[in-house]
Design a protein. Structure first.
Length: 466
């Protein structure tokens, strides 16, 4: 029988602070939230074993391997959980979302919309076709899932999901019926799916849990999603293409045109968050196009390749400092790490199922297991900090904030003090380490020449590179 102590988490009973006991209690608390969603005793038992299998150290986490760890001779029981048992994956998703927000919620939280691909070999799995997958970086035969991720200083976790169905699927109702897709499921774009999930989030938890929203160009370039966000007066920073139009007093202008016309001294070097190699530093420019007080243009420039620019549209109900907009823009990068953790640690992409409803069931349980890991990591970090009160995280260095740069205005004056615009002092000229050699007797020497002093402008003058 699969056991949490033996397989889900690896720890020793000799650990002084008894981490295993806390992890065990945390899992019981988590499963207690969703137990009522499984009306049948067998489905409830299978769901618990399935979650423990997803949390185990197995390399692959599909119905076969999870069944083996549970002591079953075949995967039929786990397949029945995903395909036939009566339980509501949508209700479990709601419990998962509440669990994440209760444990990782923070006033600095950001909700991120993004998609990930699930590579497939056949043509029977719901929604599969040859399409671009960011996971593979090319066109592949795959399914695409659109997700919402909640990220905050306390941690990050997936909180909602939708399977993208291409028009080739929704236009073929017979094919949909074979994959368990109902007649009421119509075609929806990826931004429309993101909006659907945001609506669910707001309806259940209110605006307080959505301080910020961010997404990449696929969502930022969609006028329908942007208009809806504006109607809801939600704060957002979304990436847009270089040809995205912004309203100016002289008419709509492209984002790259506005960046080219902006004052050169308006750029500031700020961190977009921690990466695997330290702070992700870029140069940033915040532009007020002048005709729309609700939308600003944020431009990111690579330090090593200054010709590489990225653009963001920003909307906030109240004025925000540049560093806050940069922080939100940088939050989007954490989604890839969240996807990677769920795929590697809780088998997000390890499923072997074809049906539409089975996809939602496996993905939801995998997200729930990944959320448990994220909450447990935060709990352990808090516990360690309480045990070592002198250990504190080093805060980020302060940065000077500026107002958006209006177009047509002269360059702003350089600040007297700034973390990223401080003077760079030259090192003193080192003394000449070589002894002075006397000139031949046939050469006339002055008293200064004999002392070894070099005339400025000579080819050996160190101040000029000699």
């Amino acid at each position: 029988m699969l056991d949490l102590e033996a397989d889900a988490v690896a720890a020793s009973w000799t650990v002084v602070d008894d981490r295993l006991a806390r992890w065990r209690a945390g899992f019981q608390e988590l499963f207690g939230l969703v137990t009522g969603r499984f009306a049948q005793v067998q489905s409830r038992r299978r769901a618990r074993l399935y979650l423990l299998g997803l949390l185990s150290g197995a390399e692959r986490k599909n119905s076969w391997t999870i069944a083996e760890q549970a002591g079953d001779r075949c995967p039929d029981g786990m397949q029945r959980l995903l395909n036939f048992y009566h339980w509501d994956a949508e209700a479990v998703r709601d419990d998962l979302r509440g669990y994440v927000l209760s444990n990782l919620g923070d006033p600095a939280g950001v909700v991120v919309a993004d998609e990930t691909g699930f590579l497939k070999k056949g043509v029977k799995s719901a929604g599969v076709q040859r399409q671009y997958s960011g996971t593979a970086g090319r066109i592949e035969n795959c399914q695409l899932g659109v997700f919402l991720t909640y990220t905050s200083p306390r941690g990050r976790a997936l909180i909602d999901r939708e399977l993208y169905l291409p028009k080739t699927w929704t236009d073929d109702r017979e094919r949909c019926a074979e994959a368990g897709i109902g007649q009421d499921v119509a075609f929806a774009t990826k931004p429309a799916l993101a909006r659907k999930m945001l609506q669910r989030l707001l309806a259940t938890h209110g605006r307080a849990v959505l301080p910020w929203f961010t997404a990449d160009e696929a969502y930022g370039d969609n006028p329908g999603l942007r208009d809806w966000l504006d109607e809801q007066d939600l704060n957002y920073v979304m990436a847009v293409s270089c040809d995205a139009r912004f309203a100016t007093p002289t008419g709509p202008r492209r984002a790259d045109e506005l960046a080219a016309w902006a004052p050169k001294r308006g750029w500031q070097r700020l961190s977009a968050g921690q990466g695997s190699k330290g702070h992700r530093l870029y140069d940033w420019l915040l532009i007020d196009p002048g005709a729309d007080e609700q939308h600003l243009l944020l431009v990111r420039r690579s330090i090593s390749k200054p010709d590489q620019l990225a653009y963001y549209v920003c909307h906030s109900s109240t004025p925000m400092p540049l560093a806050e907009l940069v922080r939100v823009a940088g939050s989007r990068w954490s989604v890839e790490e969240t996807f990677q953790l769920a795929k590697n640690e809780t088998g997000l992409d390890h499923y072997q199922i074809r049906r539409y409803d089975a996809w939602y069931r496996h993905i939801t349980l995998s997200m729930l297991a990944a959320a448990f890991l994220a909450v447990t990591a935060h709990t352990e970090q808090s516990h360690d900090q309480k045990g070592h009160p002198h250990q504190r995280q080093t805060p980020d260095p302060p940065v000077l904030q500026r107002n958006p740069t209006p177009l047509g205005q002269p360059d702003p004056p350089s600040p007297s003090t700034s973390t990223h615009r401080a003077l760079v002092y030259l090192a003193p000229i080192p003394p000449n380490p070589r002894p002075h050699m006397p000139l031949p007797a046939t050469t006339h020497q002055t008293s200064q020449d004999a002392a070894g002093t070099r005339h400025p402008g000579s080819t050996t003058d160190r101040r000029y590179g000699g």
